[in-house]
Write a protein that binds this ligand. Structure first.
Ligand code: ADP
Length: 446
């Protein structure tokens, strides 16, 4: 059993993890950058260690500093949260060399699934449907063009190491291919230091449906139902819900079984997510696996009643899964809205600043995950997501109404946020009818 966990992250997810540890009676160590001296996670943890200047590369991505903070405070394990080092296999290897448990899968699994073209290969071999496309990585634009011409357009060029929508380009015609490939590849080299690309058929108007997986060290794998993350802006999720209004119980079972098969093929361990695209014919395709806890995990928690962070900790401690697949019950409907400090009127530019006055609602079935407080100065150095509003109710329309009512009550002064934009989405007729796909925002709001 862990006695002390170091949380290698910041913001709402660090606070979320500290709370789970506290409930389990585990001591916590926060790490913080110089810009986060006053941050909530720094204040809430039992201990806090400064790990460097504001720039993430010198603090939250600084492996040596984080490991030395872990050793000097005597923590047994590191929870990486999401982003930063959460999918960095070298960091996982360094943890194990220092006899520190990384709360997540092994370095080998992260390598296998984190490299998206490798993951495609693994899935093809396991008989999991993937989006039609290349089996081997592509490095040259000309070579890619020949393949894409053969596949027919539109296609999507993706970076093997990609994430957060980076290194991705849609190509609608052959003559655009070379330019798009070079741009996507350059973006990938700059962001991930990797020029490995692959090509997929571009699925028109799909839904993004992902399954939450839990797997212990003994080969037991379960899925906790799906999350529909079709409401995206520039491939970035904005609203997530569970269950999805797009799938029947039969399709849910089929996709869920496939997700379990995919996780088993990856010899997966800990919490992870299998992402699929679902097309208009009801065919679904694996796109990637995320080997970490995700931003949208609370919607699954709300409908299953489980605590995924606690489950991650228990799995990392070597405990067996106590929940069997048949014990997983999906109750009611949950929705999450990501509130970002950004300005919708200015092309969603980040708008950091000081929160001068704040009121966050509560009530039956309302959950707020945030690290904000009155007077808090949001640093400009990190992600702009500042609050997650999650609601749970008996069915989808009740949950939508609850979310509208909840958002209507939020007051965050001193900065600009996307709350009104979120409210508009929730008020949209097509959204309310569940008639959405990944182009929804583009279609209705751009
Ligand atoms: P990232 O890891 O950068 O988030 P993903 O591979 O998960 O990239 O894709 C993110 C989003 O991009 C998907 O949710 C979907 O909206 C869109 N997308 C990805 N692949 C395809 C595809 N083959 N066809 C259509 N849309 C796609």
């Amino acid at each position: 059993m862990f006695k002390k966990i170091l949380i290698a992250n910041r913001g709402e997810i660090a606070v979320r993890i500290i709370r789970a540890c506290r409930e389990l009676g585990i001591k916590t160590v926060a790490v913080y950058s110089e810009a986060d001296r006053e941050a909530l996670h720094t204040q809430l943890a039992d201990e806090a260690v400064c790990i460097g200047p504001a720039a993430a590369s010198e603090s939250y991505l600084n492996m040596e500093r984080i490991l030395s903070a872990t050793i000097s405070t005597g923590a047994d394990a590191i929870h990486p949260g999401f982003g930063f080092l959460s999918e960095n296999s070298r960091f996982v290897e360094m943890c194990s060399k220092c006899n520190i448990t990384f709360i997540g899968p092994s370095a080998e699994i992260i390598n296998k699934m984190g490299n998206k073209s490798e993951a495609r290969k693994t899935m093809i071999e396991a008989g999991v449907p993937v989006v039609p496309g290349t089996k081997d990585p592509v490095f040259q634009a000309e070579e890619g063009k020949t393949i894409a011409d053969g596949m027919g357009y539109p296609v999507i060029i993706k970076a093997s190491s990609g994430g957060g929508g980076k290194g991705m380009r849609i190509v609608t015609a052959s003559e655009e291919f070379i330019g798009c490939f070079n741009t996507a590849q350059r973006e990938s080299v700059n962001a991930f230091g990797d020029n490995t690309m692959y090509i997929e058929k571009y699925i028109v108007s799909p839904r993004h449906i992902e399954f939450q997986i839990l797997a212990d060290k003994y080969g037991n794998v379960i899925q906790l139902g799906e999350r529909d993350c079709s409401i995206q802006r520039r491939h970035q999720k904005l609203i997530e819900e569970s269950p999805s209004s797009a799938i029947t119980p039969e399709l849910r079972k089929q996709m869920g079984d496939t997700a379990v098969k995919a996780a088993k093929a990856a010899t997966y361990e800990n919490a992870g997510t299998i992402e699929f695209l679902l097309d208009k014919n009801g065919d679904f395709y694996f796109i990637e696996m995320n080997t970490r806890i995700q931003v949208e995990h609370p919607v699954t928690e709300m409908v299953t009643g489980l605590d995924l962070i606690k489950e991650q900790i228990r799995i990392a401690e070597g405990q067996k899964l106590t929940i069997k697949q048949e014990d997983v019950l999906i109750r009611g409907h949950a929705i999450e809205c990501r509130i970002n400090a950004e300005n919708p009127a200015r092309n969603f530019m980040p708008s950091p600043g000081t929160v001068t006055n704040m009121h966050l609602p509560g009530g039956n079935g309302v959950r707020i995950d945030t690290a904000l407080y009155n007077g808090y100065k949001i640093p400009a150095h990190y992600d702009s997501m500042i609050v997650k509003v999650i609601v749970h109710d008996v069915d989808r329309i009740s949950a939508i109404n609850k979310m509208r009512s909840t958002l209507g009550e939020v007051v965050i002064e001193g900065i600009t946020t996307n709350i009104d934009f979120q409210y508009e989405i929730l008020s949209n007729e097509a959204f309310q009818a569940g008639d959405v796909n990944t182009h929804f925002i583009q279609e209705f709001f751009e």
